[in-house]
Design a protein around this ligand. Sequence first.
Ligand code: HEC
Ligand code: HEC
Ligand code: HEC
Ligand code: HEC
Length: 150
Amino acid sequence: MRMKWCLSLLLAAVAGGAAWTHSEPSAAYVGWERCAPCHSDKAEGWQTTRHAEALESLKKTEQENLPGCVKCHVTGYEKDGGFIDYELTPEMAGVQCEACHGAGGGHVEDPMGVKPAGKVGEEACRQCHTEDQDPGFNYEEKTKGIHGAN
Ligand code: HEC
Ligand code: HEC
Ligand code: HEC
Ligand code: HEC
């Protein structure tokens, strides 16, 4: 009886570890507006790109609620802190910073201690610019102006 209790307490401690201590960086998505105060040039430039308007493209044809379309036109779809639907999470619409740089929760809490991926390789783009969706995708060409003019 006592052993069992100890074991469940131990399991609870392991599962709750991230919340109990501050040593584990958050892996949650937070949205581009949380990045903007410190990376205002990138945020301004990005807003001029088609990535920023990606969910608007689906709205035009009223397809913004089709999961099969939405997953590539938003940020962090079905992930912690990521896009759920237009009503609940409008701030995660479009292909934002974290779609390429990864979830930024930890970095926002501790910018110097937790660094996101500064180098974004072709495989990050290929999550969405798949062979089916975008057969002619050329990484070198398409990365120019990734943050607009910035
Ligand atoms: C409180 C200020 C702050 C916020 C908020 C912030 N950053 Fe940063 N970010 C920094 C600083 C400072 C550095 C530089 C760290 C260094 O070079 O040691 C940095 C570096 C980076 C880098 C480059 C890492 C590298 O290897 O060169 C990327 C990419 C980045 N941030 C993306 C983001 C994203 C995406 C968000 C929002 C989710 C964000 N940042 C939010 C301050 C911030
Ligand atoms: C695998 C990821 C992915 C899925 C799934 C996806 N898209 Fe896209 N979509 C993209 C990418 C990447 C682009 C930009 C490259 C291009 O134009 O093909 C794009 C571009 C678009 C555009 C703007 C460009 C144009 O052709 O006018 C529209 C509109 C669009 N998609 C609608 C849809 C709809 C509707 C669905 C669901 C039936 C869908 N997408 C599903 C990745 C995806
Ligand atoms: C579609 C993908 C994509 C999106 C969206 C994106 N980035 Fe980037 N980012 C990149 C790539 C690719 C690089 C590397 C550029 C290079 O090597 O020249 C980069 C580099 C960076 C760097 C480090 C290098 C530098 O030039 O200082 C920072 C900081 C950064 N991005 C922040 C942001 C922020 C903040 C946002 C959102 C407002 C954002 N990025 C949106 C792809 C993206
Ligand atoms: C989360 C999915 C996603 C990721 C990751 C992503 N893209 Fe996109 N990208 C899209 C969608 C969707 C569009 C179409 C937006 C629209 O017009 O509605 C698009 C459009 C573009 C466009 C403008 C249309 C064109 O084909 O010229 C460029 C350039 C582009 N992406 C480059 C990149 C590069 C480079 C990367 C990686 C560094 C990347 N994207 C990562 C989904 C993504």
